[in-house]
Write a protein that binds this ligand. Structure first.
Ligand SMILES: NC(=O)c1ccc[n+]([C@@H]2O[C@H](COP(=O)([O-])OP(=O)(O)OC[C@H]3O[C@@H](n4cnc5c(N)ncnc54)[C@H](OP(=O)(O)O)[C@@H]3O)[C@@H](O)[C@H]2O)c1
Length: 509
């Protein structure tokens, strides 16, 4: 028997949610994201019979890849998992994958793209519906959107039902730039045409936070300041910056991971139950959480940068030695924050967040650490009870997705000795392994016009409002101790000291 079993019968098949015929146009299609994630995800949707047959894909980028793009995407789909080379649906899907060479700042390129899309509508019956996916560096967002507007491509034409755009992160660089970008985008697209994507929200485990909290009666009533001591969110990556020096030098960890992914997870953990799962209702509850976060004191924002080290016997470069990184770089590759949410549910419960590159292991998880019982009945021989561990719920978002509940149990024997034990739920054990990469659900939702799992303008601005003062303060106060943690460790000692000042320590992961 596996430790985790599905005990209810399979639910009845969900009502069919097939989107309208459409063309998915990916700007930046020669990049890593398209081959590794987007095309495999689209094909997983085809395999799941979730798309109509009238779907086409057009990749757009600068290099001329007209001949190689489709076969290259086929390789990406197979490498993405769960697809056999001779899958009978693969060849018909790849036939509808095309490529358009253009420079994003060339107006003529948009004219010829428009002509190409019209010809695809004729050939494949895609009915004029368009999903423009901006898988490009953020400096191109405004240009591309502006050109789409000028060339009459941002509104449905000739009987088409819809035109939508998915915009990749990072959405802005700080509050002012995010506002300016929102203004630019809103000049061309109405808010309900815009899908700001955060791929964390495509993860089953993140969506499951809402199920865990709001579809069960046993957790929600202890999910508040009366029972919770504190909450920890860790988003650790074992890899470094993987050759993306220029991007990382401008972004840094706080912008790259915390402003978006971690704040999204935090909002799911902390929000009130929405009245429904409609986009407006969910987004409203998330924004309430972010707006209730009080300004973060400088001593509650720790930054770090990894230095050289040896991992598994191999020498690893420090951040400052990475390609196209300044040898005196002040960019943070680690950040730890203490946040306070000033509302009735959470006042007095600190949320500790840490995220970093080149950490001891790759893992994203949330720990809800509960208070100790008020009466400590169970004492050891010295008359103390501090050997008893507090209860916690740990939600593993990646890898090894699942949930652990830790509690105390009596050790068999003649005395009342207590040991901590774990009850474990594993996604893979319960539901089997999955090749999905998270983009499936988000691409499908965008094609269906369901924005529940996408960021709204208000949300983006609310999270930048929290992060911008930290970034401004860091820019004003250069650090002298970078690098301050060796690659392959859990970050700088200042992060442990921040916890220690509160009489706590990070949970060992
Ligand atoms: N990779 C990931 O796993 C990942 C995950 C989450 C978010 N994202 C975000 O997704 C976006 C794209 O990521 P990526 O890793 O795919 O980027 P990338 O590998 O750097 O690709 C950039 C793409 O933009 C094209 N491009 C750049 N300048 C151009 C111009 N002036 N005209 C036409 N094409 C131009 C490049 O085309 P050429 O090759 O022809 O120059 C290439 O197709 C970024 O915003 C990133 O932050 C990526």
């Amino acid at each position: 028997m596996s430790p985790t079993e599905v005990v209810t019968p399979p639910p009845p098949a969900a009502p069919e949610r097939k989107p309208d015929p459409c063309i998915v146009i990916i700007f930046g299609a020669s990049g890593d994201l398209t081959k590794r994630k987007l095309l495999p995800a689209l094909y997983h949707l085809v395999q799941g019979n979730l798309l109509p047959s009238e779907i086409a894909v057009v990749g757009v980028a600068r290099r001329d890849l007209t001949k190689t793009f489709a076969p290259d995407m086929q390789d990406g789909v197979i490498a993405g998992g769960g697809v056999e080379k001779d899958d009978p649906r693969l060849a018909p899907f790849i036939e509808k994958v095309q490529y358009h060479t253009m420079n994003f700042d060339d107006p003529n390129g948009y004219d010829s793209l428009k002509t190409l899309l019209a010809s695809i509508d004729e050939k494949f019956g895609t009915k004029g519906n368009r999903l423009f996916y901006l898988a490009v560096a953020p400096e191109y967002f405004s240009d591309i959107i502006g050109f789409l507007g000028k060339h009459g491509m941002a509104k449905p034409e000739g009987g088409a039902k819809w035109v939508r755009t998915i915009i990749e992160k990072p959405f802005g660089h700080d509050l002012l730039s995010a506002r300016a970008l929102n203004d630019e985008v809103n000049k061309v697209f109405d808010e309900d045409q815009i899908f700001r994507i955060d791929h964390y929200l495509g993860k089953e485990t993140v969506q499951n936070i809402l199920v865990f909290r709001f579809a069960n009666s046993i957790f929600e009533h202890v999910w508040n300041r009366n029972y919770v001591d504190h909450i920890e969110i860790t988003a650790a990556e074992a890899i470094g910056i993987e050759g993306r020096g220029p991007f990382y030098e401008q972004a840094g960890l706080l912008r790259d991971v915390i402003q978006n992914h971690v704040m999204e997870v935090l909002s799911f953990i902390a929000m009130e139950p929405p009245v429904s799962f409609e986009a407006a209702a969910v987004r409203a509850e998330k924004v309430k959480v972010w707006r209730a976060i009080t300004p973060i004191a400088p001593e509650h924002a720790v930054r770090g940068q990894y230095g050289p080290s040896t991992i598994d016997g191999k020498a690893v470069l420090g951040y400052r030695q990475e390609e196209r990184v300044s040898p005196t770089s002040q960019t943070e590759t680690y950040a730890a924050l203490k946040l306070e949410i000033e509302n009735w549910r959470w006042a007095g419960v600190p949320f500790y967040i840490r995220a970093g590159k080149r950490m001891a292991k790759r893992l994203t998880e949330v720990t809800i650490m509960f208070k100790q019982p008020p009466l400590r009945l169970f004492k050891n021989k010295e008359g103390k009870s501090d050997h008893i561990e507090p209860n916690f719920i740990s939600m593993r978002i990646q890898p090894d997705d699942g949930i652990t509940l830790r509690f105390g149990a009596k050790v068999p024997g003649p005395s009342m000795d207590i040991a901590a034990v774990d009850m474990d739920f594993s996604y893979a054990d319960a539901f089997g392994p999955s090749s999905n990469n998270g983009y499936e659900r988000l691409l499908l939702d965008a094609m269906l016009g369901d924005a529940t799992l996408f960021a709204h303008r208000d949300g983006v601005e609310a999270t930048w409002t929290i992060m911008t003062p930290i970034l401004e303060n860091w820019a004003k106060t250069p650090v002298s101790d970078f690098p301050n943690y060796p690659a392959g460790t859990w970050g700088p000692t200042a992060s442990d000291a921040m916890m220690k000042a509160d009489g706590r320590k990070w949970r060992k992961l």
